[in-house]
Design a protein around this ligand. Structure first.
Ligand code: PGD
Length: 771
């Protein structure tokens, strides 16, 4: 008997086969993701957390700052004992500091089911039992674009999802100019699930029709072979300068669409003055851009001229804005599309982050599946999500954010479920210092990630395969009944069950559960969706039939590509949701904030970190191809991509031979923040001067206390820099940094990332599977 289930990387059927699982992709998926095979052998992997664990130092000394976090023993306790300790600690913090003392941002992707979405569960729990918590806003994915785009064109999700559709590209685009490429490893993933992977097919269809895909990236692999495209290799982080150079050529040859710019945009004259050097005497022309981005001036001129008179789509990947001044390429991509007069034409103009997630460029469902209500947060204090360590290390300090001057709160307790900060944050030694300042860190995890190892209280959570849920996303026409595939491992419990037990002890059970168990909630949420559909006269099977069938096909809107198209078709009736109602090439609002790091029109700014004599190489720390973020790094597919258990890092033969590095060597990447071991892959797919090491290898430091730790496994966030993109958005800047690399001499230490902390395994307990 197989069970229907879903994940962020696809729907599937699963059935047990001894200790492993046989996974069959959803029959309706034309191009299933290979990430599905990460599920085959993980249910009882030794990395799983078996029972509640408390850090010895916290048990003995009580809550308080402690530098032993990440290097202490764990003591196994009963669930009852763990619940009592947590309830008492939450009560202490609430009574002494109020909800302002609790950080509940709990950033992380968790699993696809909409009810067991761990972040929502944490928020609902803290709202209903403590009266609120300090929250985080925006994401590590699109922290700067999500703040910038509403000022200059409209809501980020609207642009990405309803900007220009894949269907239009297949039918109409002549040129798709993709800054950051269109890698399928990214579009095979969508939060909430993606039951049909269609991007490869659309690219194939477009290129067969004659569309030209141009990928601007330091990595050749950012464009799939099916696109039959061109690779423009430019220096990391220099797209803004490149686009300014392209604009200069368009201006010089009078190839700009002045009528479009005058009618639909504000600020073109100011932008032109900046490009022509009328503001400060610096002419940003092709020669100027060539010096920065590593292309020849002639190449830049050729590319610019080739765009004129064609149906051109410009898209800028999430990755580009995950860098210092990451707002600028996002803004300039829009300016380039506007200068060509393309926004609003089918298959032309601007779309943000096409292909960065499986959600984008698709049609929306007629109604969305309801989210678990999160209750009311009684306090209004927040941080931009990637500023967490600044908050922990500098309570009371002021910082800028999107025109506001905010103050970092003084956090005593952090509650985390469904995320892995030691995966997603930058400068991990600094992150550890921040976490060591807390009184208490509580983590629910399925496995011993570095975040769990740094916690004071670790509670074993069930993984998605062990519980029932409903998977769905706003642009996925299949709603999936996620049927349990296996019984919970050892003593693992659902996040919802854990919070229900804690709510009981804190006197908030009714408010938290509203009298429902998991089944009760699934039926309730499904019923709400049925009501929304009924209002459109769409009938749906009852819950039991849906559950038995395993999925439901939902009606969709024909809305892909509607956002910008609508604006051009009827500019008076539907102005854009910006201050001027037009595309803002110059934003008076942003200018009024007075930020040097993000002025009123897009600019080129030299990043603080760039290659130098000591650290001459760019490191690109991008999304991995063999797993989602750090999830199931111990899974079969993720492991198959490693070399002797270590993450593989790619570098150009020129850089390798200069350092005597050969294919398969263990190499050490280092900078002033730390050292990382990885296995070398020597390839011309990476441009000279650049090294690529994907994110997601679990942090595995030889000595957690070291100021510059050595990770033996290959986590690039040891090396990345923990600064905000700009005063405007304060987004994550983890995509690029500078490093040096050398061959690692001597015996490379074995990877220990997937072994539970020693004391935790030496405890006498029986790991068993109970039904
Ligand atoms: P995941 O690995 O998905 O990473 O950061 P995020 O924290 O989301 O973490 C999810 C965790 O939830 C896993 O540890 C998993 O075991 C756990 N989990 C899964 N299901 C459950 C559950 O049901 N309950 C509980 N309690 N836990 C569960 C991702 C973030 O990383 C993102 S979105 C981006 S885009 C960023 N990308 C980069 C980057 O490009 N470059 C760098 N250098 N850094 C990045 N960090 C960011």
């Amino acid at each position: 008997m197989s069970s229907m289930h879903s994940s962020h990387w696809g729907a599937f059927r699963a059935r047990p086969n001894g200790n492993s699982l046989i996974i069959e992709p959803f029959s309706g998926d034309p191009d299933p993701s290979p990430l599905l095979s990460n599920f085959t052998q993980v249910l009882d992997h030794p990395a799983r957390v078996t029972q509640p664990m408390i850090r010895r130092g916290w048990l003995e000394k009580g809550p308080g700052a402690d530098s032993r976090r990440g290097d202490d023993e764990f003591v196994a306790v009963s669930w009852d004992h763990a619940y009592s300790l947590i309830a008492a600690e939450l009560t202490r913090v609430k009574n002494s500091y109020g909800p302002e003392g609790v950080f509940g941002g709990s950033y992380g992707w968790s699993s696809a089911g909409r009810f067991h979405h761990a972040q929502s569960q944490v928020h609902r729990f803290l709202n209903t039992t403590l009266g609120g918590y300090v929250r985080s806003v925006n994401s590590y994915s699109s922290g700067s674009a999500s703040v910038l785009l509403p000022h200059i064109v409209g809501d980020m999700n609207e642009i990405a999802r309803r900007g220009v559709s894949w269907q239009e590209i297949a039918e109409h685009s002549d040129i798709v100019l993709a800054f950051g490429g269109l890698a399928l490893k990214n579009s095979q993933v969508a939060s909430g699930g993606v039951s049909e992977h269609t991007e490869r097919g659309y690219m194939q269809q477009a290129s067969t029709r004659g569309a030209r895909f141009v990928s601007v990236s330091p990595l050749k692999s950012d464009l799939p072979a099916e696109a039959q495209g061109e690779w423009i290799a430019l220096n990391p982080g220099t797209d803004a300068a490149f686009i300014l150079g392209l604009l200069a050529v368009l201006i010089e040859h009078q190839l700009t669409d002045e009528a479009f710019l005058a009618r639909y945009c504000v600020g073109w004259e100011t932008m032109k003055a900046y490009i022509l050097g009328e503001e400060d005497g610096v002419k940003r022309d092709a020669e100027w851009a060539a010096q920065i981005c590593g292309l020849s001036a002639d190449h830049i001129r050729d590319i610019a001229r080739s765009l004129q008179g064609r149906r051109v789509l410009v898209t800028v990947a999430h990755a580009l804005q995950r860098a210092e001044f990451g707002e600028q390429p996002v803004w300039l991509g829009l300016v380039l599309a506007a200068a060509l007069g393309q926004p609003g034409l089918p298959g032309g103009g601007y779309t943000y982050a096409l292909g960065a997630l499986g959600h984008y460029g698709k049609q929306h469902n007629l109604v969305s599946f309801p989210a678990l209500p999160q209750g009311k947060n009684g306090i209004d204090r927040f941080i931009p999500v990637a500023r967490i360590v600044d908050m922990l290390l500098h309570p009371g300090e002021k910082f800028d954010y999107n025109g506001r001057r905010l103050t970092y709160p003084d956090i005593k307790l952090a509650y985390w479920a469904g995320g892995n900060p030691f995966h997603h944050h930058q400068d991990l030694a600094r992150l550890r210092r921040g976490f060591c300042r807390l009184d208490t860190l509580i983590v629910h995890e399925i496995a011993w990630t570095a975040t769990a190892r740094h916690a004071d209280i670790v509670l074993p959570a069930t993984m998605t395969l062990e519980r029932e849920d409903i998977g769905g996303a706003p642009t996925d026409r299949h709603l999936i009944a996620m049927q349990p595939v296996a019984a919970p491992y050892a003593q693992a419990k659902d996040d919802y069950v854990i919070f229900t037990e804690l709510a009981k002890r804190l006197g908030g059970e009714q408010a938290f559960t509203e009298g429902r168990d998991t089944q009760g909630w699934l039926r309730h949420l499904y019923g709400q969706m049925q009501e929304k559909l009924a209002a459109h006269r769409v009938s749906t099977p009852d819950f039991d039939d849906f559950w038995q069938q395993g999925f439901l096909t939902l009606p969709q809107l024909n809305d892909a590509g509607r956002m910008i198209n609508g604006f051009r078709a009827d500019p008076d009736a539907k102005p854009l949701p910006t201050a001027s109602g037009k595309i803002e090439i110059y934003s008076a609002t942003i200018a009024s904030f007075g930020y040097e790091s993000c002025p009123g029109h897009p600019v080129w700014r030299e990043p603080r970190e760039k290659p130098n004599a000591e650290y001459p190489l760019w490191l690109i720390a991008n999304q991995p191809a063999t797993r989602l973020h750090s999830q199931l790094d111990f899974g079969a597919y993720s492991q198959s991509g490693k070399q002797n258990g270590r993450e593989v890092c790619s570098l150009n033969p020129t850089d390798a031979s200069r350092r005597g590095i050969k294919q398969g060597d263990v190499i050490e990447l280092f900078n002033l923040r730390g050292h990382v071991l990885a296995s070398a892959r020597v390839t011309t797919d990476v441009m000279p001067g650049v090294i690529q090491l994907p994110t997601g290898a679990w942090y595995d430091p030889v000595d957690v206390h070291a100021a510059r730790p050595l990770c033996r496994h290959g986590n690039p966030n040891v090396l990345t820099n923990d600064i905000g993109t700009s005063s405007l958005a304060q987004g994550c800047t983890g995509q690029i940094t500078v490093i040096e690399v050398r061959k690692f001499l001597g015996d490379a230490p074995d990877v220990r990332a997937f072994l539970p902390p020693e004391a935790a395994i030496s405890k006498p307990f029986e790991a068993y599977r109970h039904v």
